[in-house]
Ligand binder design. Structure first.
Ligand SMILES: Nc1ncnc2c1ncn2[C@@H]1O[C@H](COP(=O)(O)OP(=O)(O)OP(=O)(O)O)[C@@H](O)[C@H]1O
Length: 321
């Protein structure tokens, strides 16, 4: 794998200004090593897809460099296509192909030998529990199964850099786990894996490091634990608002809050745990909420603080932090 220097993926000062004047990327610098699963997180319109399109040679940066080992991916888009495997957010168009046939075809197009590709396709079909759809045509497959077949198509003969944009969309919880195991294996086999996602909770478990992008800029980078450390000394107090009830007035000790559906999430100081529980119990006793939970803060809490958005795109509704 390493005839190409250190194999490190690097973006240095990447900026992209579209012809309409929108600055979608603004001086983004990051790197990921072979074996790493690296998350790119950010709200809608943050500039993630724009960055990815520049990596795989579909867009040219306005400024900056993108390299994989010794290869300059911007100067050599043909090499970029050879070195990178990309699962886009949109479903793969495989209506007239059978699942296994589509996976094998992709491996062959990427230059894999027939026997090796067929063996790997069968391994992936088994590992992702796709056996019952193996010989079904794409047109008859559910969205989640198509997503998994798409993942297998992209990874049957993977490049050194594998980019996965929301790979688990539409996939059921059990097969999601199987898919994350395969993502980890891609890293273990030496690929650099870039994972583009809004799903902070999943990313927290799946990535080694991550970058949070907002308004085209990289606003935070590090391991999930380092990001969570921003919230050291804080707890998350969640209230499930009773249907038909107004959101209760926030107590003065709430540092910040977000409302996602009926779920009111507040961040409080550890020292306020007792008054927090008392407040939650009073809200429940008044009938305005059904249950509460007090837990450690998660990566999502750090994400909300940094971007001003929850992972579903909701805007925090409480007092600033
Ligand atoms: N071809 C284009 N021409 C002009 N502006 C564009 C183009 N593509 C994207 N943009 C703008 O660039 C910004 C970044 O968009 P981009 O698609 O890269 O964000 P994203 O983080 O991938 O969003 P999402 O999570 O919704 O997919 C947005 O303001 C978007 O409207």
């Amino acid at each position: 794998m390493d005839d190409d220097g250190d194999g490190l993926f690097r973006a240095d000062g990447v900026s992209k200004v579209y012809p309409n004047g929108i600055r979608a990327n603004d001086g983004i610098s990051l790197h990921a090593a072979p074996g790493e699963v690296y998350g790119l997180l950010g709200p809608n319109g943050a500039g993630k897809t724009t960055l990815v399109k520049q990596v795989i040679g579909l867009l040219k940066p306005t400024a900056g460099r993108i390299t994989l080992g010794a290869c300059d991916l911007v100067a050599d888009p043909a090499a970029a296509r050879q070195l990178c495997s990309y699962l886009p957010q949109a479903q793969v168009p495989i209506d007239s192909f059978r699942a296994r046939e589509a996976i094998v075809l992709c491996g062959r197009v990427r230059g894999g030998r027939r026997k090796a590709v067929e063996r790997r396709a069968d391994e992936l079909i088994e590992a992702l529990d796709l056996g019952e759809w193996r010989d079904k045509r794409g047109i008859g497959l559910s969205g989640g199964v198509k997503r998994l077949v798409g993942f297998a198509m992209v990874t049957v003969c993977p490049g050194r850099l594998v980019i996965l944009d929301e790979p688990t969309n539409d996939v059921d919880p059990l097969r999601r786990r199987l898919l994350w195991e395969q993502v980890r294996q891609l890293g273990d086999r030496g690929a650099v894996v870039l994972l583009v996602t809004h799903n902070v909770l999943e990313a927290e478990k799946a990535v080694d490091r991550l970058a949070i992008i907002s308004d085209g800029r990289l606003i935070a980078e590090g391991t999930p634990s380092a990001m969570k450390a921003r919230d050291r000394g804080h707890l998350r107090l969640q209230l499930m608002i009773a249907p038909g009830h107004e959101t209760p007035a926030l107590p003065p000790f709430a540092l910040r809050s977000t409302l996602a559906g009926h779920n009111l999430m507040t961040v409080i100081a550890e020292g306020d745990a007792a008054v927090g529980i008392k407040w939650a119990q009073q809200v429940i006793a008044a009938g305005a909420a059904e249950e509460y939970a007090l837990s450690a803060t998660s990566l999502e809490d750090a994400y909300i603080e940094l971007t001003g958005r929850d992972s579903a795109g909701g805007v925090p509704g409480g007092i600033g932090g």
